[in-house]
Design a protein around this ligand. Structure first.
Ligand SMILES: *Cc1c(COP(=O)(O)O)cnc(C)c1O
Length: 430
C-alpha cells in the first residue's frame, strides 16, 4: 500500500478552503472512493505525489501532455518567454506564429481566435454561430462534454425530442430550452429535432470522437450525415476538438474522418500544459468576431505570451515530427491487445474502445456507442479497478466515463508494465 499521509493532510486542509477540496470536480476521487492524491511533480511517463509515490501516468493532465511531462523543449520556451514579462495585453509575434501553425495543421480553419480554456472556446463558438445565423437553438449530444458553459450543462430527457432540463442548478430554464439533445450516433434523432425546430437551430456541436463518456467512436457515416443535415438546413457544424485536436492527428478528428466542420474548438494540447483554448473556422464566419465584426468576445489574458510560447513549442514539435501519431497508435494498440488477452484469460468480454492514443475499458459486455450503453458499465467494479491499478503504481482516470491518454513517453517496457498491472488488478477485483 502506498503511503498517503501528506496527501491526506493536504486534502483535510483543502476541504475547508476550496469547495470539495479541489479546483475541478473530476480531480476528487468521488466516483471511485478514497481521497485525491496531491501531485508534487511529473517527468516523462511518471507522476510523483507529495508522499513520494511514483505512478505511470495515463491521464496526462486530461490530455495536454501528449509528449509526457516536463518536456525540455516546452520548458525552454516557457523560461525564455517568462524573462520578457509574463503578460503585456498587446499583440505579440508568438500569436501570429501560432495562428499560422493552427491554420496550417487543422484542415477547416482559415482564421482563429485564442482564448484561455476549452470552456471559453465552446461558449464563444456558439455565440458566434447564433450571431452569424440569427437563430437561437443548438443541438448537442447526450454524454458529450463541452465545458461548463450554461448552454452545455443540459441532460437529455428520455424522448429524443425532449426539451432540455438543466443538469445543474443555476442554469436558467430559458437557456435549457435553447439546447436540444440527441443520442450520440443517432442521425435520425437529429433529423427529427431539426424538423420540429425548423428555422430555429443555429448550430450542432459534437465531439467528433467522444472522450467524455469514455472513448466512443462515431459510426460510419454519422459525421458525414451531420455535415449534410447542416448544409441542407443552414446550420453551423461545430466540432469540439478540445480533446481530439492535435491528439488523433495533426489536424484532429476532422483530418482522420475527412469531414470539415464550419467551426472548430480547441484546447488542452494546444497550450502544451498552459491554460489555452481557441476557436476557428471559415473566414466569413470568423470575421463576425469583434473587432472585425459585431459578435463580442474578449480576454485580458488571451494569447498570453507564456501560454503561446508553450503552445507554439508543442504544435511545432507535432507538426515537424510526422511519426508521432503512428508511434502513439502502435503503443496504444499494444496496450489494447494486452488488455484484450487479459480479459480473455479471465473469461470476460468487456468492451474496449480505442482510436489512436485514446482508449477506454468499459466494465460492460455491451457495445458502447452512446451514453446509454456507456452507462451499462459497472461503475462500482470500475472504482475497485481504479484503486487496484493505483496500488500497483498505475494512475488511470478516476471515472469510468473518461478516456485514457497515452503519451509518447510511454515505451514498450512501460506498456508491458501497464498490461501486467491490468491483469493483476482484474484478478484482484473479480
Ligand atoms: C476538456 C474539454 C472541454 C473543456 O475544456 P476546459 O479547458 O476544461 O474548459 C470542452 N470540450 C471537450 C471535448 C473537452 O474534452
Amino acid at each position: 500500500m502506498p503511503l498517503k499521509d501528506k496527501s491526506k493532510s493536504l486534502f483535510e486542509q483543502a476541504i475547508n478552503l476550496i469547495p470539495g477540496g479541489v479546483n475541478s470536480p473530476v480531480r476528487a476521487f468521488k466516483a471511485v472512493g478514497g481521497d485525491p492524491l496531491f501531485i508534487r511533480s511529473a517527468k516523462g511517463p511518471y507522476m510523483f505525489d507529495e508522499d513520494g509515490n511514483k505512478y505511470i501516468e495515463l491521464i496526462n493532465s486530461w490530455g495536454p501532455m501528449i509528449l509526457g511531462h516536463a518536456h525540455e523543449m516546452i520548458e525552454e520556451a516557457v523560461v525564455k518567454a517568462l524573462k520578457r514579462s509574463p503578460s503585456f495585453g498587446g499583440p505579440t509575434a508568438a500569436e501570429v506564429r501560432i495562428a499560422e501553425l493552427i491554420i496550417h495543421m487543422v484542415p477547416s480553419i482559415e482564421k482563429v481566435r485564442m482564448v484561455n480554456s476549452g470552456t471559453e472556446a465552446t461558449m464563444s463558438a456558439i455565440r458566434l454561430a447564433r450571431g452569424f445565423t440569427g437563430k437561437d437553438k443548438i443541438i448537442k449530444f447526450e454524454g458529450c462534454y463541452h465545458g461548463h458553459g450554461d448552454s452545455f450543462l443540459i441532460a437529455a430527457g428520455s424522448g429524443v425530442a425532449t426539451m432540455g432540463t438543466p443538469d445543474s442548478p443555476g442554469v436558467t430554464r430559458g437557456t435549457a430550452n435553447d439546447t436540444l439533445t440527441a443520442p450520440y450516433n443517432d442521425l435520425e434523432s437529429v433529423r427529427k429535432l431539426i424538423d420540429r425546430n425548423e428555422g430555429e437551430v443555429a448550430a450542432i456541436i459534437i465531439e467528433p470522437v467522444a472522450g467524455n463518456m469514455g472513448c466512443v467512436l462515431p459510426k460510419e457515416g454519422f459525421l458525414a450525415g451531420l455535415r449534410q443535415l447542416c448544409d441542407d438546413h443552414g446550420i453551423i457544424l461545430i466540432f469540439d476538438e478540445v480533446m481530439t485536436g492535435f491528439r488523433l492527428a495533426k489536424g484532429g478528428a476532422q483530418e482522420v474522418f475527412g469531414i470539415h466542420p464550419d467551426l472548430t474548438t480547441l484546447g488542452k494540447i494546444i497550450g502544451g500544459g498552459m491554460p489555452v483554448g481557441a476557436y476557428g473556422g471559415n473566414k466569413e464566419i470568423m470575421d463576425c468576431v469583434s473587432p472585425a465584426g459585431p459578435v463580442y468576445q474578449a480576454g485580458t489574458l488571451s494569447g498570453n505570451p507564456i501560454a503561446m510560447s508553450a503552445g507554439l513549442a508543442m504544435l511545432s514539435y507535432l507538426n515537424d515530427n510526422d511519426d508521432t501519431y503512428a508511434q502513439l497508435d502502435r503503443m496504444t494498440k499494444k496496450i489494447e491487445n494486452g488488455f484484450r488477452s487479459n480479459l480473455k484469460s479471465i473469461g470476460k468480454d468487456y468492451t474496449i474502445n480505442r482510436i489512436g492514443s485514446m482508449i477506454s475499458l468499459f466494465f460492460t459486455e455491451k457495445d458502447v456507442t452512446d451514453f446509454d450503453s456507456a452507462k451499462t458499465s459497472d461503475a462500482e467494479l470500475f472504482g475497485r479497478y481504479f484503486n487496484a491499478m493505483l496500488e500497483r503504481g498505475v494512475y488511470v482516470a478516476p471515472s469510468q466515463f473518461e478516456s485514457l491518454f497515452i503519451s509518447t513517453a510511454i515505451d514498450e517496457a512501460i506498456a508491458d508494465q501497464i498490461v501486467e498491472s491490468n491483469l493483476k488488478s482484474l484478478h484482484t477485483i473479480l
